[in-house]
Design a protein around this ligand. Structure first.
Ligand code: GLU
Length: 421
């Protein structure tokens, strides 16, 4: 199987899981295609008075288990195949966690760093205008993804409220707290992965103090570094799109987060506090116990997986390991905690946000943490058990676990719905 096609690579995992369950082949066929993907052109006015067009998509991949759920990505390389693949992963992620959602995803092909704040706001509002009939609190619920954040979700929630003529906070998650956002959503992706590693540490044979390498230092990367360092683990290497830093004695995580907050690369800390320069592509092969890919897809592949020295990979990014990368890691005995489980803390707290919006009653941060921990441990344990019972990787086990739930729901809808939707 080639590594060029992201969706084909993703579907390999579906076939691998299906081989371990006796499922109607029509169910698998249904899950191989997106239910609907819409492409639009957004045209906005730039600050200099000119107009500019951007291509945007929203994919509702599968809504068998509930309204479709998934983030909106702003990225110059965004494309329809990536959107559909990310929506496919959301379908399985929500099923792994038993959240009452299907999977969706959206994107705008744009480099948001090239836009002023006012232009970014106009683009975000234009997205909701274009997809006002696609999204909805019980239909399709967006959230942040790569290069989108709570400020953008706030503008989108406001635009939707203006269109429908009333506040409708449950239409989008990851909002600012002032607009009905949830406490604990900011670090939820990393925190979920952190709870998972802590819960399975004994089974995974992890030592007391882990040496950790984090690839990508955005929302997920910064928070996982902070959470692990606070527990006494050593973050020895970190990278972002401009390069990496290394320190065998442990990097100063606060200094790295401060640099990012000021809009600088982690590379700007080289020479301070014992931070040494590291080529960005060398991070995957750094000597460490835990490798945390927290950037984009296809970062660990057939050509660099052989160099991985970590015993454990925690996928906070979506799709960071290709199928051939997976096979090499498995042969080396490296355990991979797969994206659809490992980074599901984000969508789980999005679910809490949606529940709080619907009930109009808000939980404390501690309640959010406790509920997230309980779900991560429950589903992490269930996936671990499947992997032992069937003697398969944690990735295949997560797909088996999710596919069982999806198949049950597809069949429960009835065959007439099955063939017409
Ligand atoms: N974009 C995140 C993900 O890939 C969060 C999605 C959500 O909260 O709906 O899981």
């Amino acid at each position: 199987m080639s590594e060029d096609s992201l969706l084909d690579d993703a579907l390999v995992r579906l076939d691998e899981a299906a081989a371990h369950l006796s499922i109607d082949p029509d169910v698998i066929e249904k899950l191989k295609f997106a239910r609907e993907t819409t492409k639009v052109r957004l045209m906005i006015r730039m600050d200099d008075g000119s107009r500019k067009s951007f291509i945007a998509w929203r994919c509702r991949y599968d809504d068998t288990r509930g309204p479709t759920k998934g983030g909106i990505r702003f990225h110059p390389d965004a494309n329809v195949e990536e959107v559909e693949t990310l929506a496919f992963w959301m379908t399985f992620k929500c099923a792994v966690m038993n959240l009452p959602y299907g999977g969706g995803k959206g994107a705008v092909q744009v480099d948001p760093r090239q836009l002023s704040k006012a232009e970014l706001e106009r683009l975000s509002r234009a997205y909701i205008q274009a997809f006002a009939r696609t999204v909805g609190p019980d239909r399709d619920i967006p959230a942040p993804d790569v290069y989108t954040n709570s400020m953008i979700m706030g503008w989108m929630a406001d635009e939707y409220a203006q269109i429908v003529g009333q506040a409708e906070p449950a239409v989008i998650t990851g909002k600012p707290i002032a607009l009905g956002g949830s406490l604990g959503r900011g670090d939820a992706t990393a925190r979920g992965g952190y709870y998972l590693v802590r819960h399975l540490a004994g089974e995974l044979g992890l030592g007391e103090t882990l040496r950790v390498a984090v690839q990508g230092f955005g929302n997920a990367g910064q928070h996982i570094a902070r959470l692990l360092a606070a527990d006494g683990h050593k973050v020895v290497a970190v990278s972002d799109s401009e390069g990496g830093v290394y320190s065998a004695a442990g990097l100063h995580v606060d200094m790295l987060i401060e640099a990012k907050t000021q809009g600088r690369s982690v590379v700007s800390t080289v020479g301070q506090g014992g931070h040494e320069a590291l080529a960005g592509d060398a991070l995957v092969g750094v000597d460490c116990d835990l490798l945390v890919p927290s950037a984009l897809e296809n970062m660990i592949h057939g050509k660099n997986a052989g160099g991985v020295k970590a015993k454990l990979v925690l996928e906070l990014a979506n799709g960071p390991v290709t199928p051939s990368g997976d096979r090499i890691l498995a042969d080396k005995g490296v355990v991979v905690l797969p994206d659809i489980l490992a980074n599901a803390g984000g969508v789980t707290v999005s679910y809490f946000e949606w529940v709080q919006n619907k009930q109009g009653y808000y939980w404390t941060e501690q309640e959010i943490h406790d509920r997230l921990q309980a779900i991560m441990e429950r589903e992490g344990r269930a996936v671990w058990n499947v992997s032992k019972e069937k003697d398969v990787s944690m990735r295949t086990a997560a797909y088996v676990h999710a596919l069982g739930r999806l198949a049950e729901a597809i069949e429960a809808h009835g065959t007439q719905s099955f063939f017409t939707s």
